[in-house]
Write a protein that binds this ligand. Structure first.
Ligand code: SAH
Length: 402
């Protein structure tokens, strides 16, 4: 196995089990690794006589060209093979069972693997009934996809019939791997899953991410509780998740908005699946900012803002915060008196404090009295590795607007 030798003193974060090794920390390789190859990482220790260094094993992980050069898979000296993935996947499944997300009739969707949160950096697996949608965010996970698929089938047994690999948009450009989507097991497109008793189609072949946003499950349930008799605007609706919960909660009307016509078609199909011919729902394919500009003041008293990540990288943070402020200000200006706003950010680089500040600024600029009712976050099947705080990405505020 090829070896990476760290510069002296560059092992601190690894001693705290942080799973990323940046390019600047690496002194040299025993031999240049291929992208996606597993490398063993060695830390430099000064010799007692202070003349030169000894090297000691510290971790193994996937090598990749880029600023994060090694994504650590293990801190123990072990092989990365099918057995390794079986252990990691079994541990992920065990955790989902412990929090009651597995084997339910009325909720058949959950995230089985959440990258670093499950000690598998670069890998995401969402389960929809008997289908797993697997996504590689690193070249290493792409290279290992067939081994992972075998391990997954062994761990899940008869509960799993299909594995769809969907890395069309998630693999790094430098990898030059092109796009790859396809079944690694099975081939069924029976695409109806459930979440808290509500049904939805999952378009794992063509949909965004793995086809549905399972991370909003609990926040949607909370929204349902506040929907009775309200006029609801679900902005950035994608597949309409929040909309059908609002309808079940007894909303007076629900309007879903997304700039993508495909998302609107999906929303309509999902609403139809749960509430056929229900006249309370209308969906609009329109830009959020345009819709907010033209809508009447007081038209809605429950608004959801769940935009796509405004910042994917640290350099984009300032502009992203401005974006969140601008968007929320428009909602504050228009929401009815006594209205409730569910507002989210799913940008990993935007911290909870950053987001709060952006929303507070928006409230002040709109001159509204605002109280925080809830602070929301990602659910238990999107766990945060305690040594990798960057894994906390979903933030939400539920606000009462006087
Ligand atoms: N709330 C959704 C997830 C939203 S994902 C859920 O619960 O599943 C973000 C969505 O915003 C995507 O569907 C994308 O098409 C849409 N979008 C992106 N830019 C937009 C814009 N300027 N106006 C309206 N929708 C937009």
């Amino acid at each position: 196995m090829k070896q990476a030798f760290l510069k002296f003193g560059k092992d601190d974060s690894l001693r705290r089990y942080h799973p990323w090794i940046f390019s600047g920390a690496i002194h040299h390789f025993s031999e240049q690794p291929e992208e996606g190859e597993v490398v063993e990482v060695y830390a430099a220790k000064q010799k007692e006589d202070r003349k030169g260094f000894d090297f000691e094993y510290i971790a193994s992980g996937h090598f990749q060209i880029g600023s994060i050069m090694v994504r650590v898979l293990t801190f123990e000296h072990e092989d990365i093979n099918q057995e390794f993935y079986e252990h990691r996947l079994a541990s992920a499944l065990q955790m989902r069972k412990a929090v009651g997300l597995v084997g339910k009739e009325d909720s058949t969707s959950y995230r089985l693997v959440h990258g670093e949160g499950d000690n598998l950096p670069g890998l995401v697996i969402d389960v929809y009934k008997q289908t797993a949608v697997m996504q590689a965010h690193s070249v290493g996970m792409h290279v290992d996809r067939f081994v992972i698929a075998k391990a997954l089938k062994n761990v899940m047994g008869d509960d799993l019939e299909n594995i769809f690999y969907k890395s069309e948009t998630t693999l790094p450009f430098k990898a030059e791997l092109g796009q790859e989507n396809g079944f690694l097991l099975g081939g069924s497109t029976d695409d109806i899953a459930t979440e808290n008793g509500l049904k939805f189609h999952v378009d794992w072949l063509r949909g965004q991410k793995t086809g549905f946003f399972v991370d909003q499950r609990e926040n949607r349930s909370l929204l349902q509780k506040y929907s009775q008799g309200r006029k609801v605007l679900n902005m950035f609706c994608y597949t309409g998740g929040f909309s059908f919960y609002a309808m079940r909660g007894g909303a007076q009307l629900v309007h879903s908005v997304d700039s993508s016509q495909k998302a609107i078609d999906l929303t309509n199909a999902n609403v139809e699946l749960n509430f056929p011919d229900d006249a309370r729902h209308t969906a609009y394919a329109e830009d959020a900012f345009k819709f907010l500009d033209r809508m009447e003041k007081g038209a809605y008293d429950l608004i959801i803002l769940d935009p796509p990540a405004f910042a994917k990288h640290k350099d984009a943070l300032r502009n992203a915060l401005k974006g969140y402020s601008r968007l929320n200000q428009k909602a504050f200006e228009k929401i009815a008196k006594g209205g409730i706003l569910f507002t989210f950010s799913c940008s990993q680089v935007v911290t909870k404090d950053n987001f709060r500040t952006a929303v507070f600024t928006a409230a002040a600029q709109a001159h509204r009295k605002v109280r925080i009712l809830h602070q929301l976050h990602q659910p238990a099947d999107h766990p945060i590795n305690i040594y990798h705080p960057e894994g906390e990405y979903l933030k939400g505020l539920v606000l009462y607007v006087e």
